[in-house]
Structure formats: C-alpha cells, structure tokens
Design a protein around this ligand. Structure first.
Ligand SMILES: [Zn+2]
Length: 652
C-alpha cells in the first residue's frame, strides 16, 4: 500500500468543518515554530532549506579543487562563493568599496551629471527613480521590447508612504529613524543625517503619489503605452533620453513601452523641481542603503534591523552560508543549476510529472467543455489556448553562458557589480533578437512554479518536484492534491482575471465575447468579495482585487486537479488509508502544502504587497466554494466553511 497522509500534520481537536486549514496543518504548525532567522516557516520553506543544503553540497567540493581554470564555470561559482563568505575581508576593507560610489555622487554638479548617474545606476544595479527591462512585447509575443517601470521607493509599497493605518505609520516612523542611524555609521554628522531623512521622505513620498497601485498594475492594458524617443521627449522633456540610453550602453529601440506614464512624467519633472543638492542627498542615501549588506557587519546589521526585523519580524540574521548560497543562485543561476540537476534531479520524477501534466490538461479540456456559463465561441478559443500552452519541466534545455565575466574571490562588491552589468548587457542584446523559447525565469533549485502569459507557458523547476509536493511513494490522492493542484493552479493563471486577456500566442488581445466577459467578471467578483471579507490580523483584511488572480488560480487548480484525480482512479480499488477516503486524502494533500506559521510583521506586509493570500485563506477560502469538498467531509449548514450554493464562487 502506498503512503497516505502523515497524520502528525493534523490537529484532530480542530473542527475541520469550521477551519480545515487548522485541522490539516495544526499538528505540524505546533511542532514547527518559526526559526529565529525566519519570518515565515512552512512546508514550502523546509523544502527551500533542503534546497539550500543541496546547493551548498554542490558548491563545497569545488573548494577542494585547486586546478580550476580561470574563467571556467566552476571557478566562477567557487570564487563568488569565497568572496561572499569572506566576512573578515569585508571588515578589513571597511567603507573602502563605498568611497568611489560616494565620490561619484559628490561629483554631480549639473543636471546632466545627475542624469548620467541615474543611467549608470540602472546598468549597474542601483535602482533610482525608474527602471528598464526587456521582455516579450505584450502585443507581439514574437518580439522583445524595452519596458520602463516605476521604481525608486525604499519601502515595499507606495501605500506605506500614503496610508494612515497604524502599520504604515509605524513603518514610516521607523524608516525616519533608520536613515540617520545608517548615515552615522558612515560618518555623517547629526544635522546632515536628519536633513537626509527629511529629503528622502519628501522625494519618495512624491514618487509614491505618482506610482500606480498594485491593483492598477494588474491591468495589462493600462500598462501598455507605446512611446518613441521623440514622443517621450515631448512628454517628459526634462530628461535627455538619448543621453540616458547612451550611458546605459543601449541603442534606443524605435519604440518602447512605458508601463506607468504618469509616474515617468512626474519623475522627470522632479529632475528639475528638486534641487541638485537634494538629489545628491537622496542618491547618497540610496547608494549607502543598497551597499550596506555588502559592507561591514555594523552596516549589514543596521540594514537587517530595518528591512528584516521591523518590516518582517525576523529576529536573527541567517547564517552566512545560507546568504551566500542565495548570492550564487541569484548571480550564476544557470551554472549552479546545471551542477544541481546533475546531482539531485531524477529523470523519473520528471517523467511522472509530465504524465500528471497530461492528465491535468485532459481534465481541463473536459471542464471547459462542460462549463454552462461560457458560450461556444469563447470556448472554442479557450480550447485553442489550452492546446497551445507549453510546458517546461525541471531545468532549461539550454544553459546561459557567463563567458567573459570576471569573478575574483577577493572582490565581493566588484563581482556583484560586474555580474549585474553582464546581465544588463545580456538583456539589452535581446532587443535585437527574437524571444528565446528556452529561457526560464526561475533557477532549477527554486521551490516554486510559474505561468508566463506572454509565452503561454507553465514552468516547474526541479526544486518543487519533491515531497510533500511530489512523492513517488505516496498514493495518487496526495500527489494530485499537492503537485496536481500546483499544476492546475499554473494552468488556471492562463484563465484568471489577468491571464485571460492574453491569447494562445501570448498576445494581449481580447478573444472573449462581450457576454462571456461580463459573466466571467461577475463570477470573479464573488470570489474577490469573499476575500475582501477575510480579516487576517488586527483589523487588516485581505485585498480581494490584489489577490484575485491567485485566488482564481487556487480555486481552479483544486477543482481541475480533483477531476483529474477522479479520472485517474477509474477502475481502481478505493482504499481507506489512515481512516481517510481517497477524496479526503486529496484535500488533505492540498492543505499540507500550505502548512506553516508567519510572524505578524510579515503578515501585515504580505497583505499589502503579495498577490497570494495567506496560507490559512488559500485553504479555507477556495474549499468553501467546492462541492466535492463538502461531499468528502460532509460540510453542512451551520458549519463555518459552509456557504449557500448561490453565494459560492463558480468560475473554472
Ligand atoms: Zn500563482
């Protein structure tokens, strides 16, 4: 008999009809408090921790190899790791790596100098005011385009600057104290440090006011604004855009896309309206703040105290080796990823997942065919989109090269700057090429998955193909409940409130009839209103509009995975394992992937910035809409999870 649910996860005292998440995960949550160096801890994060250990085990043997050729993949990984691990050297260097950057700021005299500095920062990885990136053109997915996007805020969202709730105020007050504290450590006098805090707050609040909200940014049409060099020069004449591109070493494309025109216009206006002196003050802080984690322990700790303790509730810094694994994965992801899959990835797991994805697609097709609310014209196009959806499993078929990148074990800061410029130039070169279908947006050890609307493609890195998401020894119910719902979730992103706006080729193009669009929106609103009503902590509610896409994906993912599971069981014997029916094990299998605890500070931040709902609501929210769940556990009127049939969200 295959493995059923691990019953130590359960909290049998909880009433599952009232709080299924508590019932399914309460035992695990009680036995697994959040480690001091974490702000959130759950099954997902245990896997990420394992993945960290595996990555370290891939890196460490390289340290014993004295014969690595300079410029080889292994040499780069080894020396980046060594440079990151060398805390003693960072202490010895002190502020030295910061000096040339501050001198660059101090040398700014004219508006032209200022704009040059901003452009240089964009290429080197220091973010000021706005940013640029290259990706598939939303309306022509066969081509790459350059995008301008809003940036320039130190706090995680514009709301922190503008809202008057207790948490926003608390964070603002702490930020105002953090700025002078950080500057003291670099040797600035009291007056100057205080003045800096005022200038930074003033500039960033202005930028925040002009920024689009996260909900507004979920509308791809609002973000698609084509400009040319000439039209941008008319709209935002304060900046010499030609020179800006030149300093970034990017040939300006004939047209590009400005995601938030109001913001870019305002930022350009501010180039003139804010004095050069204030800009220098603002940039100085930005440079010190960005560099602090790469310098001495004192600066690192001050930065950690604000961004990790105040904003997320983390008590203790993660050990250096874990941070260094993150640096190598984030900087040389394809080299480390290749070494990782050679050692840890099972081709058998890939084949099993591949078969599961086939089953999920088949169930999806049936589900679409049986939808009573969608008309046949829209259905036909939905089938086309579903059929065209591509899949990526495990790792890329082509690895990115880092040839020519210089990594020196004695130059941590230099390594990161050079690597950033290297990636920036790689990105800029894409403007002259067609999109590369083999490219991934996550590294192989990542414990996550994604849907890319512009490529109409789902991707599952090797890292997520392990227990409790996928377990070769577990029974089907659990695997369908866990990795099956993840796969269903990603497919559903192609049909959520945002993803549905892209066609089978990944182009932003309406393929829905007007009636079906209206019906969809009405149904989506039911779900959005449900989540708006959930209070997560201290009077703070989930934002139903911000989380709508993820909540639709959860709801659709569970339903489709359940149907695929039922299909897979035809003709098979029904087994009771640990007292649970197959259907019950399916829903328990889903819930345990959301086991975990979160600190209140992080929970409050998540509610503002994260399109995903907190774990408890990712379980109880969708399940309260699913008839099969009611049936499996006998949910009845009077139970907290019960909803009348009329008030349930029914989309996919
Ligand atoms: Zn998602």
């Amino acid at each position: 008999m295959k493995k059923g649910i691990d019953t130590s996860y359960l909290d049998k005292k909880a009433r599952l009809q009232d709080d299924f998440w508590q019932y399914a995960t309460g035992g695990w949550n009680r036995r697994n408090p959040i480690p001091a160096d974490r702000s959130i801890w759950g099954t997902f994060y245990v896997l990420r921790e394992n993945s960290n250990i595996q990555m370290r085990d891939v890196i460490e043997p390289l340290l014993r190899n004295k014969k690595l050729k300079s410029g080889s993949d292994e040499q780069m990984v080894r020396d980046l790791w060594l440079s990151s691990m060398d805390e003693a050297r960072r202490e010895k260097l002190g502020l030295k790596p910061l000096k040339p950057l501050l001198e660059k700021v101090n040398a700014i005299k004219t508006k032209k100098d200022l704009e040059d500095f901003i452009a240089w920062g964009h290429r080197s990885g220091l973010g000021f005011l706005w940013g640029v990136h290259v990706g598939r053109d939303d309306k022509n997915s066969e081509k790459n385009a350059l995008f301008f996007h809003q940036d320039g805020l130190s706090l995680p969202d514009r709301d922190y600057y503008l809202n008057d709730d207790a948490e926003s105020k608390r964070v603002r007050e702490e930020f105002k104290k953090y700025i002078p504290r950080l500057l003291h450590l670099v040797g600035y006098e009291e007056d100057e440090a205080k003045r800096t805090a005022n200038v930074v707050m003033k500039v960033e609040t202005e930028l925040a006011k002009a920024s689009m909200t996260r909900v507004e940014r979920r509308d791809p049409h609002a973000q698609y604004n084509v400009r040319t060099l000439a039209s941008l020069a008319r709209e935002a004449p304060q900046v010499d855009w030609k020179a800006y591109f030149k300093t970034m070493k990017v040939e300006p494309p004939a047209k590009f896309i400005v995601s938030q025109p109001k913001f870019l216009k305002k930022a350009a206006e501010m180039i003139d309206s804010v004095s050069i002196e204030d800009w220098k003050t603002y940039l100085r802080f930005g440079v010190i703040d960005d560099m602090a984690p790469l310098l001495t322990k004192k600066l690192l700790m001050e930065n950690f105290r604000f961004y990790s303790t105040i904003l997320s509730g983390t008590k203790k810094m993660r050990p250096l080796w874990k941070r260094s694994v993150g640096v190598v994965d984030g900087t040389l992801g394809d080299i480390l990823g290749k070494l990782y899959v050679e050692k840890y990835f099972s081709a058998k797991a890939k084949r099993s997942i591949d078969a599961l994805v086939d089953n999920l697609f088949a169930a999806y097709k049936e589900r679409l065919a049986n939808l009573e609310w969608m008309g046949s014209a829209t259905k036909k196009k939905a089938f086309v989109k579903l059929k065209a959806m591509k899949r990526k499993l495990g790792y890329p078929s082509k690895w990115q090269s880092y040839r020519g990148l210089h990594i020196d074990k004695a130059d941590y800061v230099g390594n990161l700057f050079r690597a950033h410029e290297y990636e920036f130039d790689r990105m800029a070169k894409k403007l002259k090429k067609k999109p590369d279908p083999t490219e991934w947006y996550m590294t192989p050890p990542t414990v996550n998955a994604y849907f890319d609307p512009n490529a109409n493609e789902i991707a599952f890195p090797a890292g997520i193909m392990q227990p409790p998401f996928f377990d070769e020894t577990a029974d089907d119910a659990i695997n369908y409940g866990a990795i099956g719902t993840v796969i269903g979730h990603e497919i559903t992103h192609g049909f959520d409130d945002e993803g549905r706006k892209f066609d089978h080729r990944g182009n932003l193009k309406d393929w829905w009839t007007k009636e079906d669009r209206k019906r969809f929106e009405k149904r989506a609103k039911v779900l959005s209103d449900q989540f708006d009503s959930f209070e997560a902590i201290d009077g703070m509610h989930i934002n139903g509009k911000l989380t709508l896409g993820e909540n639709i994906a959860d709801l659709g993912g569970i339903i489709i995975a359940f149907e695929a599971f039922k299909k897979s069981q035809k003709g098979k014997k029904r087994e009771i394992i640990n007292g649970f029916t197959p259907e019950q094990r399916f829903f328990l299998g889903y819930a345990v992937t959301e086991a975990g605890n979160i600190r209140p500070e992080l929970l409050k931040k998540v509610l503002v910035i994260d399109p995903h709902s907190p774990s408890k609501f990712r379980v109880n929210g969708p399940l309260s809409n699913i008839p099969a769940f009611y049936e499996a556990f006998g949910i009845k009127k009077g139970d907290k999870l019960w909803r009348s049939e009329k008030s349930r969200a029914q989309i996919w």
